[in-house]
Design a protein around this ligand. Structure first.
Ligand SMILES: [Ca+2]
Ligand SMILES: [Ca+2]
Ligand SMILES: [Ca+2]
Length: 217
């Protein structure tokens, strides 16, 4: 019984230590591009980016894959690869407003560093649409009618490598009002207890094998 309590305490301690760290929220600064204008024509009629003032309706769309936009010059030479040359980008460290000009699109880049291999949880809400990439790789895209609740979309990423990363975001609007809420959390991926015991077991087996070889020699 005492042993069970001890194990339960240890598990509780481990779960507290593994608590996720908030790395991005609405107060986080980044590179900001508010010079894109209305991009409804960037993917033609009937695409993900919808006409102003609900002129193409107010549908719910979730992208199954990277929309493969042909980005306008305001995005710069290759923004998803970190080349902002010629674009209408702010300097790094710019505050990201939660609202922007109705009917227009805006883009954001959050640069961040992970201290170790981590799982990421992205909670985001937007009025109306959003597309996210991590280091240029498509993560998620969706649009729907108004409201920007943090629980609107939930994107979970496993085992993102330690080091520098860029979360790249395109925000879209097609009328009424705009809104944006984001929280990104990182949680270090830990080697589980059974795996540690397994490695320890392998180490002991190795030690025994070495000893046996020495005796044989
Ligand atoms: Ca369009
Ligand atoms: Ca628009
Ligand atoms: Ca709107």
């Amino acid at each position: 019984m005492k042993l069970n309590i001890a194990i339960a305490s240890a598990l509780l301690a481990a779960s507290v230590q593994a608590q996720a760290t908030l790395i991005i929220d609405n107060s986080t600064t980044g590179l900001y591009n508010a010079g894109l204008g209305d991009l409804a024509n960037m993917d033609g009629p009937g695409g993900f980016l919808l006409g102003p003032n609900v002129s193409e309706g107010d549908p719910t769309i979730q992208l199954a894959a990277d929309p493969g936009f042909t980005f306008t010059p305001e995005f710069g030479a290759d923004w998803l690869a970190g080349d902002y040359t010629g674009g209408s980008w702010s300097a790094p460290g710019t505050a990201i407003p939660s609202t922007w000009a109705v009917n227009t699109e805006t883009a954001i880049v959050y640069d961040f560093v992970l201290g170790s291999l981590s799982d990421l949880t992205i909670d985001v809400g937007v009025d109306n649409g959003i597309v996210l990439w991590l280091d240029g790789a498509f993560l998620f895209g969706a649009t729907r009618s108004g409201g920007a609740n943090l629980n609107e979309y939930d994107i979970n990423l496993s085992a993102i490598s330690a080091g520098s990363h860029s979360l790249q975001i395109l925000r879209a609007d097609h009328g009424g009002s705009t809104g944006y809420a984001i929280e990104v959390r990182a949680e270090a991926v830990e080697v589980s207890e059974p795996a540690t015991l397994g490695l320890l077991g392998l180490g002991l087996a190795g030690l025994i094998a070495t000893r046996r070889r020495k005796q044989a020699a």
